[in-house]
Design a binder for this molecule. Structure first.
Ligand code: R5P
Length: 291
């Protein structure tokens, strides 16, 4: 009997199938119907046989809807397996990992409670926004990195004297890892985000990037604000081309167009979120971690 059964939620059906293939596990589809009032009705199209059930569902926008769908699937399959793992490749709410301003709620902690209550035994994420977010889930969890597979992709691209750039100091470790694997150097910019307005500013002074191809490395792009400010800053320093490598390309509010207009040559992301820039497959990294 197969050790795993994989169930793909509506946000991650392609990735779920790929993970199932790599685990040599049966794959179960889910069907989704949306009622006129906005409620979604999820049906699993087969009952899993006795095994570890892996539910794959990224919680990208609409975040709350996709999260509820994940919780619904888990609570259903929990009846047939005592071991249900939630693979949440892109984990929404991970940026709400601390009380930045008085009265704010650490929502990632609330999600941890919901996952536990619905029957999740273990959570697996990919490049979750922060270690603190993983800790706040307060549930058995593992985070895997997409940096190696992203670097593999960039190694095939022709670059002139590449330099890895982190758009903020928070991403220093990630960019450091990326640059080490690419065998090049890296620099981290100093970014300031106004916690009330969300406005982003780059505080770094002059840096020497003249005529070099740059790779901006980040965990996620949402509105593109961070990448756009960093690109504008780097272009002023007379760099050559700017590429973006990120794990999760949410690209909300027309971000792709805005980023392109700011001068970015190409965005390369993983398939934690399907889309035009999802050129890098993360399924092997996830299935290796599950084995
Ligand atoms: C911030 O610390 C993150 O790593 C991302 O840089 C940021 O959240 C991306 O958001 P946006 O694209 O809206 O600037």
């Amino acid at each position: 009997m197969a050790k795993f059964t994989v169930i793909g939620g509506n946000t991650s059906s392609d990735l779920g199938k790929r993970i199932a293939r790599k685990l040599k596990a049966p794959y179960i589809k889910t069907e989704k119907k949306v009622f006129p009032d906005g409620e979604s009705k999820i049906t699993i199209n087969r009952i899993p046989k006795k095994s570890i059930v892996v539910v794959v569902q990224s919680t990208y926008p609409p975040v709350d809807t996709n999260l509820l769908e994940l919780l619904s699937i888990v609570s259903k399959v929990r009846k047939f397996s005592s071991k249900v793992f939630a693979v949440i490749p892109y984990m929404g709410y991970a940026r709400q990992d601390r009380e930045f301003l008085d009265g704010e709620i650490i929502t990632i902690g609330v999600i941890g409670k919901l996952l536990k209550a619905s029957g999740v035994k273990k959570v697996l994420t990919v490049d979750i926004h922060s270690k603190l977010a993983l800790k706040e889930l307060k549930i058995s969890s593992e985070n895997v990195s997409a940096m190696e597979v992203l670097v593999k992709h960039f190694k095939k691209m022709k670059m002139k004297d590449p330099l890895v750039v982190s758009p903020d100091l928070g991403g220093k470790e990630r960019a450091g890892k990326f640059s080490k694997l690419l065998k090049t150097d890296f620099v981290a910019l100093k970014k300031h985000r106004d916690r009330r307005t969300g406005k982003v500013d780059i505080l770094t002074g002059k840096i020497n990037v003249k005529d070099r191809d740059l790779i901006l490395v980040d965990d996620m792009i949402s509105t593109g604000g961070s990448i756009i400010k960093a690109t504008q800053f780097l272009k002023k320093q007379k760099c050559r081309r700017v590429f973006v490598a990120c794990t999760h390309a949410l690209l909300v509010n027309n971000a792709r167009k805005k980023i392109r207009n700011a001068g970015v040559t190409q965005i390369i992301s993983t398939n934690t979120i399907p889309g035009e820039s999802a050129k890098v497959d993360i399924s092997k990294v996830i299935s290796d971690a599950l084995k």
